[in-house]
Design a protein around this ligand. Sequence first.
Ligand code: NI
Length: 179
Amino acid sequence: MAVKEILKMGDPRLLRVALEVDTFDTPQLTALLKDMTDTMKHAQGVGLAAPQIGVNLQVVMFGTGEPNPRYPEEAPVAKTVLINPIIKPLSEDTEEGWEGCLSVPGLRGKVPRWKSIQYSGFDERGLPIQREANGFHARMVQHECDHLWGILYPMRIKDFTQFGYTEVLFPGLSDASDD
Ligand code: NI
């Protein structure tokens, strides 16, 4: 296990634009993905981006392939490693939804996101990925990829009455993990 420290909002390393990965299937990339997996599991997150552990590369991971107790109504998202991603909205429609972030612990906010997107990129072996996603899946991809452009979800909130402490907003929430 290599559980890394997760950087918190305020750290300038979270505000950088990450660099593209140019070589795949390397021991360095394998080691990074292992660290990210260990760190995400340890923190009970549903997604993580490399910049959150201080690595300035365009690498994100999300999904567990299992239903998430925090989002029981949503279809499980396959465990995915996405490198050098590109996101395109499939329509102009946006929707607001609650988000949390391991780099912004203890808080939740309502964030507008594209409802429906196409995302593409590469897996850890350099094989292309191209998918369409809606709802929670689309939101998770947009949240994680934002970390690669130096954007944290509070920077996207429009209505700050919908931003606060998880324990106050959702007093019954037993699983207080963040993504
Ligand atoms: Ni996050």
